[in-house]
Write a protein that binds this ligand. Sequence first.
Ligand code: ZN
Length: 303
Amino acid sequence: MNTFVALDVGGTSMKGGLVAADGALVAAEARPTGRERGPDAVVGEILAFAEHLAAASPGGPPAAAGIAVPGIVDEAAGTAVYAANLGWRDVPLRDLLAARLGMPVGVGHDVRTGGLGEAAYGAGRGRGDFLFVPLGTGIAAAVVIGDSPYPGTTGAGGEIGHMVVRPGGEPCPCGQRGCLEVYASAAALPRRYGDTALGAEDVLARAEAGDRKAQRVWDEALDALADALTAATMLLDPAVVVLGGGLAESGDRLLVPLTARLADRFTFRAPPPLARAALGHRAGMFGASILAERAWQSSRAPV
Ligand SMILES: [Zn+2]
């Protein structure tokens, strides 16, 4: 059975693995991204990590490699067009990796690739059309249609975090005001509570312990999320909304009040069910193995 090198590159760490064609995880490892050493050094780290993983494949060389990266990604060209937190502009990742590893390579956007992972092996399996929404330091979505994440015309599809849910509201670093991300991201909770030394989980714990300010911040986050998911549902009619990222780790403490808010907002139709992502922080890595498999298949297709 084929194995694939799968890499998910984040701002601070890279998750790498070897994944068999049936989805079995053969090996997994993490390394720091090392972005403080500059954009070229990050590319060097990725190439070395991928080579290390490929060499560790037990049953001979892997068939292909897949990599998920943040920012604006041109998946057809295999290029990382722009990634602010890695300092990248127009990095031809697919060609660089293919030259280093000597195998076909697929490149994808991190959140869309996570959606691909959840579609194949996680909470979106068998659901066809669904939304995958990781709630992390930022918020983005993969709009999965027929098991494939929709990239949009410019590769910027799914930016639900910059959907304006509070017109004229608090400023967002993107330049708009009132974006979802300003109210409901893991970074927003401590900032709006007024103590950035805390994590989002701490603010949630304080809200549950009766801290009035924390309760207000948490309620406003849930309201903003419910408004954004309502708008997205009216447009897309997803079979399920799969919530991921750090905030989804809180499980029912997020899902129960959010489900209640959706029920309040929907009048003429039922809201979509909410589910917690099944693959956790490995969604991107599993999705990258699917990118690899697709790259392998297209390399075998007759021209
Ligand atoms: Zn914004």
